[in-house]
Unconditional design. Structure first.
Ligand code: ADP
Ligand code: MG
Length: 253
């Protein structure tokens, strides 16, 4: 059975894209067939896998707004088992254009329906908002994975996110589950990081992954080389922890 996982948090810069790209690459390396859907107009997942956005003529926008079959828009990455539905800045207009369309919350789900069975995992990188693009991702998903940055205001906004998830469960997608919460950018030199992990653990209890993603310079360098960290520097701490996270995600298969 395919798992469709939305990687969501309306805060920017918490590690959504880093987690999407690297988890996708690690799952693919372990032989799972993976589709990464870039649903952020910034297209950072798209460029993080080595695609030059200037070369991409059609993207997720065309299926969301113009009903182009998703299959025609999916591109193979240079990595085995890893396909991408890219995003370009064109997607920025979709948030507004979706409003007046039929089935505006369920358009990604409908268009994914025909291709999702080609994959073991579909990972959706969400934009930093709770607008219609994120709602489409949550409606299409079987579960949601929430990256939370180890910082002072870590839980700020989380109750709003959880409310949105509840609303989607009630009205659009009753089967939506919480996949898990992953702590990112952990700094072992500070007490703050440890305190934040304790606080978030109290809130999410067993839903927090054992794997904690540290701050790692290789993780921040890899996107500018258009590579997941397991390719850019396979021996780095960043590569090790995302492989560990992939094992935890697969553990629930
Ligand atoms: P989001 O998609 O939630 O906006 P990103 O994944 O783009 O967040 O991360 C924000 C910035 O932080 C990026 O520049 C990214 O390279 C960097 N970053 C993310 N995770 C880490 C990490 N564990 N260690 C170091 N830098 C990180
Ligand atoms: Mg992002």
């Amino acid at each position: 059975m395919v798992k469709v996982i939305a990687i969501a948090n309306q805060k920017g810069g918490v590690g959504k894209t880093t987690t999407t790209v690297n988890l996708a690459a690690c799952l693919a390396q372990k032989g799972r067939k993976v589709l990464l859907i870039d649903s952020d107009p910034q297209g950072n997942s798209t460029s993080g896998l080595g695609f030059d956005k200037r070369d991409i003529k059609k993207c997720i926008y065309d299926t969301l707004i113009d009903d182009v079959p998703m299959k025609e828009l999916i591109i193979h990455s240079s990595y085995d088992n890893l396909d991408v539905l890219p995003a370009t800045i064109q997607l920025a207009g979709a948030e507004i254009e979706l409003v007046s369309l039929m089935n505006r919350e369920g358009r990604l789900k409908s268009s994914l329906e025909r291709v999702k069975h080609d994959y073991d995992y579909v990972l959706i990188d969400c934009p930093p908002s709770l607008g219609l693009l994120t709602i489409n991702a949550l409606t299409a998903a079987s579960s949601v994975l929430i990256p939370i940055q180890c910082e002072f205001y870590a839980l700020e906004g989380v109750s709003q996110l959880m409310n949105t998830i509840k609303l989607v469960q009630r009205n659009l997608n009753p089967a939506l589950k919480l996949e898990g919460v992953v702590m990112t950018m952990y700094d072992a030199r500070t007490n703050l990081s440890a305190d934040v992990v304790d606080e978030v653990k109290k809130y999410f209890e067993t839903k927090m992954y054992n794997t904690i993603i540290p701050r790692n310079v290789r993780l921040s360098e890899a996107p500018s080389h258009g590579q997941p960290v397991i390719v850019y520097d396979p021996k780095s701490k960043g590569a090790m922890v995302y492989q560990e996270l992939a094992r935890e995600v697969i553990g629930d298969e």
